[in-house]
Design a binder for this molecule. Sequence first.
Ligand SMILES: Nc1ncnc2c1ncn2[C@@H]1O[C@H](COP(=O)(O)OP(=O)(O)OP(=O)(O)O)[C@@H](O)[C@H]1O
Ligand SMILES: [Mg+2]
Length: 366
Amino acid sequence: MGEVLSRFRSPEAAASIANALPMPILLLGSQQEITYVNPAAEQFFDTGAAILLKQFINDLLPFDSPLFQLINQARERNSSAAERNVDLSTARHGERIADVTVTPLPEPEGTLVITLQERSLAQRMDRQMMSRGAVRSMHGMAAVLAHEIKNPLAGIRGAAQLIEETLAPEEREMTQLIVAESDRIRGLIDRMESFGDTRRFLRHPVNIHEVLDRVRKVAQSSFARGITIAEQFDPSLPPVAGDRDQLIQVFMNLVRNAADALPDSGGEITLTTGYRPGVKFGAPVAGERLSLPLEVTVRDNGSGVPTDLMPYIFDPFVTTKVRGSGLGLALVAKIIGDHGGVIECDSVPRRTIFRVLLPKSAGEQA
Ligand SMILES: Nc1ncnc2c1ncn2[C@@H]1O[C@H](COP(=O)(O)OP(=O)(O)OP(=O)(O)O)[C@@H](O)[C@H]1O
Ligand SMILES: [Mg+2]
């Protein structure tokens, strides 16, 4: 440790780096006692440093945890041991998967440094960055398309209407088709243009339950007529800081996708909300810690997202539907990103969940 620390002007510098890192870091002594935890590790184990520093690693994880094999391996070979997708599930914290490294330090003798990189966190961040990138590349394209297509399209539509006036009513089917399809393309381009909309929106405290109720009512009176939409709401949910209309658009898109995926009978959509003040993770910027305690999910028991499509569903133009634009989820990801939240999807046939995590409205204490 001394050698490592000597690269810094002060030992505090080393500690402050560990403190700032978003991944949980622990030091273990030769008796498996915990000798250091950074704030991310406190959060990961949902326990303060004062208590953790009185514990042994065996107190935190079940005796058959695969982490112990890594620890033994690192001690035996006196070299770093790493493994991806290690199961760190506990009764207390539920299911958790992390990439783990265990590295011996030269001193104090027998010290190991353990780093954890929670899997779902890494995946959430990837997904978020990916859809943001895709959306950014659409800004320019949307502007060009809007300009190059909308104007000639208006001309085509107008010409069809003029021709229509000269036709007998029974011959108007084709011109009506031209008008209807022109309107559809125009609608598509309008939706693309909304990606280019980089205006900062004003955030107000929004009651998500009111948003979801509204979405459910509209859905059930139109595309989801006859489909059961159940609600499991957490009454303690505080307001989210956001734009009500945009949030309605988000959940309308998710519910519409769910409805599209349902079988002809026995289909069900469930909307849930939950308040999880413990859910925090390191933001990709400047060590700032992100708290996304509001969880809203849209679940359906439909066909499920095809596995090969899964990595791309938030990309624009990805669709399996004959008349789909593939913009629904791209827009959802953009709006959730603008709200400082993340969205992720888990899907197997008969159980597809879109999970949206959002920050609470400013002024509300976590
Ligand atoms: N709940 C779901 N169940 C199964 N597949 C889904 C679900 N939600 C989305 N998908 C898949 O993801 C694709 C992309 O969805 P997205 O909403 O972006 O576009 P779309 O619904 O096809 O078209 P649009 O929303 O523009 O009408 C869908 O075509 C579908 O294959
Ligand atoms: Mg859609």
